[in-house]
Write a protein that binds this ligand. Sequence first.
Ligand SMILES: C[S@@+](CC[C@H](N)C(=O)[O-])C[C@H]1O[C@@H](n2cnc3c(N)ncnc32)[C@H](O)[C@@H]1O
Length: 223
Amino acid sequence: MQPGRQLEGTVNLAPDPQTYRRTPAQRSNFLEVTARGYALWRARSLSLLTGGPLSLCAEAAYFTALCRPHPGEHWLDVGTSAGFYAGVLARAGAQVTACDISPAMLREAARREPHPNIYYALLNAERSGLPGESFSGVTIGATTGETASPQAMLAEAARLLIPGGQLWIMAQARDGSGAQALLTRFGGLSFADEAQLTAWLPGLRRTDFWRRGNIVFGRWIKS
Ligand SMILES: C[S@@+](CC[C@H](N)C(=O)[O-])C[C@H]1O[C@@H](n2cnc3c(N)ncnc32)[C@H](O)[C@@H]1O
């Protein structure tokens, strides 16, 4: 496997635009300018959205303390964008398939995180086409809110996990505000709450859930 190799051009599982209607948020991630600027936003986004300091280092430390990824495990990073979770997992020694629906995002991730343990894949995580029970863990960082069907994305993540495998979600929490209603109406965004996420994950047991400001973090285990 080549460092930071992409599947783009060899296996292209991205959806046919005729059969999959992308949200405006998803479409914006296809732009080179969005991909290039994403890491800058990501470094500050959780501090802005939680209303207090929350660095990428702190997020990575929280994730690794709870999920304890280790060598020999194979993880799927859904909606990798600039490769944040993929990088954290690879540095912990795990093998990572880092997927995104946007070729521009994958190019950016491969440039920023050219780790030999990371395999970049262009695919739609709502219907990945990958064999079931392929991964010890799945991370979904801020992607359930952008995809057309968060329910389909979670069902697919659950299908891809081995029994005993773990799912990690970081998402923007529902707050019932007018601003979120507008983002839903015009950007196709959706916002998470604990009850909804858990209802969409039958067969998985929630072990941890934490809300800080407008951000939620959760961990589930597949029975
Ligand atoms: C907010 S960004 C994710 C950030 C990243 N996970 C992190 O923690 O830094 C959402 C990403 O998910 C990708 N995405 C949206 N819908 C997707 C889908 N159905 N399948 C795969 N990737 C998707 C977008 O292209 C975008 O790069």
